[in-house]
Design a protein. Structure first.
Length: 492
């Protein structure tokens, strides 16, 4: 199938819109379910999801990133792409079978997991559907319109089912089944829509063809497992050393961070096919695109982190309720991780992966895990969820410093892709003043938070525009020209 290059700006917008929906949906669901299930229920849900999530990644391996990278090279050749897709699906299927065997051993063989049996069995269904979901194919062909539509349908279905069937504390298993079922339907939809891009080519599969994928996939798989262990280790350690209540509090604090980290991390895969093209054909465009990616992340992440710090108390109360007020301090500690993780995602997936340096991602992730475990082991028994937050922040800072140092040593040209941020910092300072002033003048928490965010956003972007930030001005003119051209075209 001959692939046409989709508009990078349109795909970035669609992905940003999709991630905005990802932000909005949990802001509706989490306040609802947290008030029904309370800290213990939320803690049990997240504990079970953290454990099953590891096995989901075992089944899916590092196929997504590897598939997008390798598929981008052959996406214009239907036969070669079909062969690649078939080979990766066979590897995925074998990995899924191994994953289910070890999952069953853990669920039925570890005594401490007995109280979570039903939740673990329900979440275990997602292993099959996620592993064989074909998401990477839509990344290769830059089909973000389809992905966005699928996301909207899935989230609407989740919300409707939640309000219809989740009414009391006893519905915790119903809620777990709803989340798994909606995800499963998305992956079934993928097979129906993705069949036009390839056909299964079992007759052309050879042992050598399968083996060539194993090493890079295993490196990316090890990296994903390490990353999942890193994101889950705090929850698992809190559950083991302190209890479900601490996990619930920590989950409330990390909910906002997780949403925003997902938002930013989803932007990186959008650029991989285009980055590979530029690396092979136009190195100057490659550096220019990488700089723009950093610009797009920093212009949003810097004010978001400061906004979370300023409004953390209200955010926790609005999202989770009075029972979770203690999570405010934890949220303030982990807020900078949004910015740090966004920068790491660019280095990992827009610089290292296209250059086939995925082994560096693994090494950095392992270093981060070791740092986090050491600090968390020392601090969690005394400081509970706050200690876990400190461990996460310190490990993220160390990892970013290591990744930047390694990247600069690889090629000094990467110094040119780091944009100047003084305009964003100055604009964020103005935004902070506006947010504090607005917040002090209203007693109603919802109203003051909404107005503070609204006027803060206006103040920030107005300041960025007045300071004539090149990236922001170019984006505005680009949007203006697209609108004017479309309007003119309709008149003709």
């Amino acid at each position: 199938m001959k692939s046409k290059n989709k508009s990078l700006k349109v795909n970035t917008f669609l992905n940003a819109f999709r991630m905005t929906l990802t932000v909005i949906s949990p802001l509706i669901t989490f306040p609802y379910i947290s008030r029904i299930f309370s800290t213990d229920g939320i803690g049990a849900l997240n504990y079970a999801q953290s454990i099953s999530g590891v096995f989901v990644l075992v089944a899916s391996l590092g196929i997504y990133t590897y598939g997008v990278r390798e598929g981008a090279k052959v996406r214009n050749d239907y036969e070669r792409f079909s062969q690649l897709a078939t080979e990766l699906l066979i590897i995925n299927f074998v990995a899924m079978l191994f994953s289910y065997v070890f999952y069953a051993i853990c669920v039925y063989g570890i005594e401490s997991l007995y109280p979570y049996h039903r939740l673990l069995i329900i979440n275990g269904l997602s292993i099959f559907f996620t592993a064989l979901g074909l998401d990477w194919i839509f990344g290769v062909y830059e089909e973000y319109k389809y992905i966005t539509i699928r996301q909207i349908v899935s989230q609407i279905a989740t919300l409707v089912l939640m309000f219809c069937f989740v009414r009391s504390r006893d519905d915790i298993y119903v809620w777990a089944l709803i989340t798994v079922a909606c995800n499963a339907l998305c992956n079934i939809w993928n097979w129906i829509s993705g069949s036009k891009y390839f056909r299964l080519e079992f007759s052309r599969i050879s042992k050598l063809g399968l083996l060539k994928h194993i090493k890079p996939i295993l490196v990316l798989f090890a990296t994903r497992i390490a990353a999942t262990l890193y994101t889950s280790i705090d929850t698992v350690m809190l559950g083991s050393l302190v209890g479900d209540s601490a996990v619930g509090l920590y989950s409330a604090a990390t909910k906002v961070n997780t949403i925003l980290i997902t938002f930013f991390s989803a932007m990186s895969p959008v650029f991989i096919p285009r980055i590979i093209d530029y690396l092979n054909n136009d190195i100057e465009k490659y550096y220019a695109l990488t700089r723009k990616i950093f610009n797009a992340i920093l212009i949003l992440a810097i004010p978001l982190v400061v906004g979370i710090e300023l409004l953390s108390n209200d955010i926790v109360l609005i999202i989770a309720g009075e029972d979770f007020r203690r999570a405010t301090a934890t949220l303030r500690i982990i807020a900078p991780i949004v910015l740090i993780n966004a920068c790491l995602e660019i280095i990992y997936y827009d610089i290292w992966v296209p250059l086939k340096k995925e082994n560096l991602i693994l090494l950095c992730t392992i270093a981060s895990i070791v740092t986090n475990i050491i600090i968390s082991t020392l601090m969690i028994p005394t400081y509970a969820e706050t200690g876990a937050a400190i461990g996460s922040l310190i490990s993220e800072i160390c990892t970013l410093l290591l990744a930047v140092l390694v990247t600069m040593r690889m090629n000094h040209e990467y110094r040119t892709v780091i944009p100047s941020v003084w305009k964003y910092l100055l604009s964020t300072l103005l935004m902070s003043i506006v947010v504090l002033i607005v917040h002090m003048h209203f007693s109603n928490m919802l109203l003051s938070t909404a107005l503070a965010i609204t006027f803060g956003v206006i103040a920030y972007f107005s300041s960025v525009y007045l300071l004539k930030d090149r990236f922001f001005v170019e984006m505005l003119y680009s949007l203006k020209n697209k609108f004017v051209n479309k309007k003119g075209a309709r008149k003709i």
